[in-house]
Design a protein around this ligand. Structure first.
Ligand code: SAM
Ligand code: SF4
Length: 358
């Protein structure tokens, strides 16, 4: 179904349909959505492919996009530049697994240069499998911080959750990132009841021992995964916090890393403990971000389908950055107020997390 939104001067069709070019809005003002929220954070999924098949993210048999449908590295660099010229201060590279994309370092180097043009932070979310090889180059390219996904410290369990992953490679990747000089590395752990909920204390102890931050994430209902019933495996942030409170003394802080995590501290410990709670503590009110999918769809919300086809704009008008910027500005008008995640039943959002980028 295609919905046409015609109240805005530049008409937009939702669900991956091109925005007709109409350069009419000055591109100097910050990006603001229709609810008065400033958008200064963009996440790019640079590939839908991955060397893991995490049970909450993908189904066992995935069909990946043909190469022609994926944005080229040059297109991604052009997008980065357009967003920064529109006042975006933070870009996160994600996926799929960004570090399995061929020549992806070139993109980091190009985006790293945007720090001279107003980009405050270039950051990366990775499963860590390629960090042993790439951490030093990423640091040199100007990547400021890394989020590394780690759901279990037990090799067998890690393998079952990721289906193909090897824990040792990720631990070596974490050490390589530390050796490369990355500060405030953050672990991301998706917690599922009866899969890894009994490991939250051990994961926090590991983070403390290694001098890392850690965020616990509630599973989001994106795409058919065919592995488990998401409602049955739901383990809330409050349940995790209660488990941790039996061992650690947790104090709420107002710190923010510009994302949806709510942070806690343990007195005398440097590590921050974060909670990303799409179900139990909706974070949409302060949403400051948009995402670009691997196919170049500008997604205005992780949990809704409102989108604009930036790939079309890039390919129909190569090199026309003003037109690209106008398409991005116009898209702000359809950013929805919030997601519509429901725990029970079929997922409403059919795209998997690897297309969107977490
Ligand atoms: N491959 C990289 C990784 O795993 O870090 C980057 C992409 S991954 C989609 C980004 C983040 O999304 C990871 O921390 C992952 O655990 C999380 N994630 C994936 N599927 C999810 C889901 N259904 N609900 C909540 N988080 C999810
Ligand atoms: Fe790959 Fe990351 Fe998805 Fe796991 S969560 S399958 S590592 S993209």
């Amino acid at each position: 179904m295609v919905e046409r939104i015609s109240s805005f001067p530049c008409p937009i069709e939702v669900f991956s349909v091109p925005v007709p070019p109409a350069p009419i809005v000055p591109a100097s003002a910050p990006l603001m959505d229709g609810f008065g929220r400033r958008v200064d954070y963009a996440r790019f999924s640079v590939t839908d492919r991955c060397d893991f098949r995490c049970v909450y993210c993908m189904s066992e048999r995935m069909t990946f996009l043909p190469r022609a449908r994926i944005l080229t590295l040059e297109e991604l660099a052009a997008l980065g530049r357009a967003f920064v010229e529109l006042g975006v201060r933070k870009i996160r590279i994600t996926g799929g697994e960004p570090l399995v994309r061929c020549n992806v370092l070139w993109l980091f180097q190009e985006l790293g240069r945007l720090r001279e043009r107003g980009l405050a932070e270039l950051v990366l979310t990775t499963n860590g499998s390629q960090l042993e090889r790439l951490a030093a180059d990423l640091k040199a390219a100007g990547v400021a911080r890394l989020n590394i996904s780690l759901d279990s410290l037990k090799p067998e369990r890690f393998r079952r959750i990721t289906r193909t992953g090897e824990l040792d490679g990720v631990l070596r990747g974490i050490r390589a990132a530390q050796a490369a000089g990355f500060q405030r590395l953050k672990l991301n752990a998706v917690i599922l009841k009866h899969r890894n909920h009994d490991e939250v204390v051990d994961l926090v102890r590991f983070a403390i021992d290694q001098g890392l931050d850690i965020s616990f994430i509630e599973e989001m209902p994106l795409g058919e995964i065919g592995d488990h019933d998401r409602a049955e495996m739901y383990y809330s942030s409050d349940a995790i916090r209660a488990d941790l409170a039996k061992v650690f003394s947790l104090t709420r802080t107002t710190e923010s890393t510009g994302g949806p995590s709510r942070y806690y501290r343990i007195p005398g410990i440097d590590s921050r403990i974060g909670f990303i709670s799409p179900h139990s503590h909706n974070f949409c009110g302060d949403c400051n971000r948009v995402r670009v999918s691997a196919e170049g769809r500008l997604l205005l919300c992780l949990g809704q389908e409102h989108s604009v086809d930036l790939r079309h704009v890039l390919r129909a008008h190569p090199g026309d950055r003003e037109r690209l910027k106008q398409a991005i500005i116009a898209a702000m008008a359809i950013k929805p107020l919030g997601h519509d995640f429901r725990l029970g039943g079929q997922p409403v959002i059919l795209r998997h997390m690897n297309h969107t980028g977490g």
